[in-house]
Write a protein that binds this ligand. Sequence first.
Ligand code: ASP
Length: 318
Amino acid sequence: MHPFSIVIHGGAGTIVKSDMTPELEKAYKIGLDKSLQQGFSILENGGSAINAVREAITLLEDNVLFNAGRGSVFTKKGVQEMDAAIMDGSNLAAGSVTGVRNVMNPIELAYEVMINSNHVFLSGKGANDFAIKQGLKLMSDEYFFSKFRYDQWKEIRDSDSYSLDHTHQDLAELLKDKKFGTVGAVACDQHGNIAAATSTGGMTNKQYGRIGDSPIIGAGTYANNKTCAISCTGHGEPFIRAVAAHDVNALMEYKGLSLQEAMNEVVHHKLIELKGEGGMIGVDANGNTAMVFNSTGMYRGMKNSNGEEKVGIYKEEI
Ligand code: ASP
């Protein structure tokens, strides 16, 4: 049997144990574990990598602790604008959406774009209208309202600053026990096909209309059976300028680096030079996995058919 594996993330940033309560830490780990097990069970039952990442992301989008779907952060205008992308490494098919509102599961919309439109990337109203046409579930503004996110945004809404969900120096105190993030999943199935998916509310107080790296194919999300499937999290702008996810692919394809080597190069060298804080998760078509970050923490988990399994938050847990 071909080895299979899944890796997920729930965002990266300044996440330190002393800022966490045991209850919150437990709630995160339960959320990550649920998504990991669900995604893995699809692979175990012979399902595709694409379906495993979709399912894993959907559970994280429904969990208010993570900055995606229901738990998305507020933009400068005080609304949620969500981004998501999915890519199938077996045929390089991809779908992504940006600036969508009220869609319960933006990853499902990205999937619909991939399989039921002739396009790759839809934005704003066009993406929302497509969600309605495809019969996706829309939710009221109340569904997306959470007090802690609102308070987090209120603190900086009159300034020009915007923040990674987990990182804002002036907000260190405020965000003390509110460190939540973008979600991502990558998987390798029993047929040796790989896939990547990412979903996010973006950065708190982001400029109206701002697009981060997550929905940009090659920047925050990329998959190619020849090399790797990658989902990124962190300060989107440097990730876009580094074309981070595709850069891992390029190092593997053209320079023959392994998955781990290529991810180390991009996260610990290229992104550092661009002051790009964050990390990424990856798999290759042999089922190898890697989780690399240059921030103090990244919510993450992995499970594979060799019986290895890990869920972690802080650096020390590597
Ligand atoms: N990369 C996301 C963005 O810039 C944010 C994150 O990963 O938390 O929109």
